[in-house]
Design a binder for this molecule. Structure first.
Ligand code: HPA
Ligand SMILES: [Zn+2]
Length: 347
């Protein structure tokens, strides 16, 4: 088993930025910066209910998940054409490459778009082409994960899956997002069972604001392979044992948790406690345009706020991100080797 070399604390910020990492929890619609929202509105002849970029940014003051989702869905309404989806995803991938993201597994919310008359083909083709071009031009690898909106019905999710079936080669899995409390995983048991039969990977948001019971049912009813967020797991010792023994990854998003008031401040974030409990935590940006930072800002700010987090933890988080990704094993081994090289260079 590889052990990272000792690293002086003052070298930690540079190491966090330089280390290769996978991003496993990024909603592509949450990477839409206010500037791009205004540019796309203009390009598409739409009028926004905000005077300018600054006025829109001032509206980004959230009290909980729902207060964010209302403005997030409104922002996504400027996306109409394949090129819009392409430009959004290409911009995210360029930004992620700057943060030394080697691989991204990107969520998208088709129902947000199909409900406005945008076709599934438009959404998926634009995103997929951006992923291909970013691989060729920037060397960053990426895959797409289709998320069902849990505040909508099971029937709507089934219709979405049907519309996506012609594009099965263009996304690797499905997830579950949007308003958590009141929409438990079991609402989507049959859709996830069908996705499993189709050979898709399965993930779900659970335990962001919702109770540990939702994490249990995501595992036992939906049979997911990773839990998105999952920070409420520490409230249930038996659940912690289950997650640790099965090495189920948690895709934790510190700045999201801060901005949506899941924790009162970053110093009280439980990332260190999750790691110390033996859980396969990772660090991710969730909706970077709305929460004040891309993945490296999430690393930098949580490590600054929680001084107990060490270089060993940094290595573990990056290691977990590759291990928990759905990439081929040979790719994972190459990224883990690059990670070890980066640590050696900072020792
Ligand atoms: O953090 C989130 N939680 C649930 N749904 C979401 N959709 C975008 N971001 C999120
Ligand atoms: Zn999320």
């Amino acid at each position: 088993m590889y052990t990272p070399p000792p690293i002086a604390r003052e070298r930690l910020p540079a190491l966090l930025a330089a280390m290769p990492k996978a991003e496993l929890h990024i909603h592509i619609e949450g990477s839409l910066e206010p500037e791009m929202i205004f540019a796309l509105a203009q390009r598409n002849g739409l009028t926004l209910p905000y005077a300018d970029v600054e006025a829109l940014r001032r509206a980004y003051a959230f009290s909980d998940l729902q207060s964010f989702l209302d403005i997030y869905y409104a922002g996504a309404s400027v996306l109409l054409h394949e090129q819009d989806f392409y430009d959004m995803a290409r911009a995210y991938l360029a930004r992620a490459a700057m943060d030394n993201v080697a691989h991204a597994e990107i969520f998208f919310d088709p129902q947000t778009h199909t409900a406005r008359g945008v076709s599934m083909e438009t959404v998926i083709n634009g995103l997929h082409r951006a992923c291909q071009d970013a691989q060729a031009e920037l060397g960053i690898s990426s895959s797409l994960i289709l998320c069902f909106l849990r505040h909508l019905s099971e029937e709507d999710a089934f219709a979405t899956l049907e519309h996506a079936q012609p594009f099965l080669g263009r996304f690797i899995g499905v997830g579950l997002d949007s308003s958590e409390v009141g929409h438990p995983p079991e609402k989507f048991a049959r859709v996830f069972a069908r996705c499993r039969e189709l050979g898709l990977h399965l993930v779900a948001h659970a335990g962001e604001e919702g109770p540990p019971e939702y994490i249990w049912s995501a595992l036992d009813v939906l049979k997911v392979e990773r839990i998105d967020h999952g920070v409420q797991a520490l409230r249930d010792a038996a659940l912690v044992r289950r997650l640790a023994s099965e090495r189920i990854a948690l895709t934790v998003c510190p700045l999201s948790n801060l901005k949506l008031c899941v924790f009162p401040d970053l110093a009280q974030h439980n990332l260190k406690r999750l790691l110390d409990a033996g859980l396969a935590a990772t660090v991710n940006s969730d909706d970077p345009a709305y929460f004040g930072g891309y993945i490296n800002q999430n690393f930098a700010q949580v490590f600054a706020a929680v001084p107990e987090l060490t270089a060993r933890d940094a290595w573990q988080l990056a290691h977990n991100s590759f291990a928990a990704s759905f990439a081929p094993e040979a790719r994972k081994r190459a990224w883990q080797d690059r990670l070890a090289e980066t640590f050696a260079a900072h020792a």
